[in-house]
Design a protein. Structure first.
Length: 95
């Protein structure tokens, strides 16, 4: 029991550097697969809805825009606030 716990702990610690260096996901350029793998509480269907909304309505300009997507509420938004960026919209807005 103790040995398996140690192995699990070592495995988890081995993954920390990967998480620490992972930057925010640009929701204006990320694929549905990237969104579902990189965001908390976002599965394949919600990720596809994020991409579909972006394609129909243009780039997201703020985190609050995500709540316009069916199934994305304030709780999901708060979990992911530090994991998302809006690169393309920021560049467009500054021109």
């Amino acid at each position: 029991m103790f040995r398996s716990t140690i192995h699990s702990l070592v495995a988890a610690l081995a993954l920390l550097p990967c998480l620490a260096f992972a930057g925010p996901i640009d929701i204006n350029t990320a694929s549905a697969e990237q969104l579902s793998e990189g965001l908390l509480g976002i599965g394949p269907q919600k990720a596809a809805a994020i991409v579909a909304y972006r394609e129909q309505n243009g780039p997201y300009r703020s985190a609050a825009d995500l709540t316009k997507v069916k199934g994305i509420g304030d709780n999901v938004l708060e979990k992911n606030r530090d994991l998302i960026s809006f690169g393309q919209a920021e560049a467009t807005a500054s021109q």
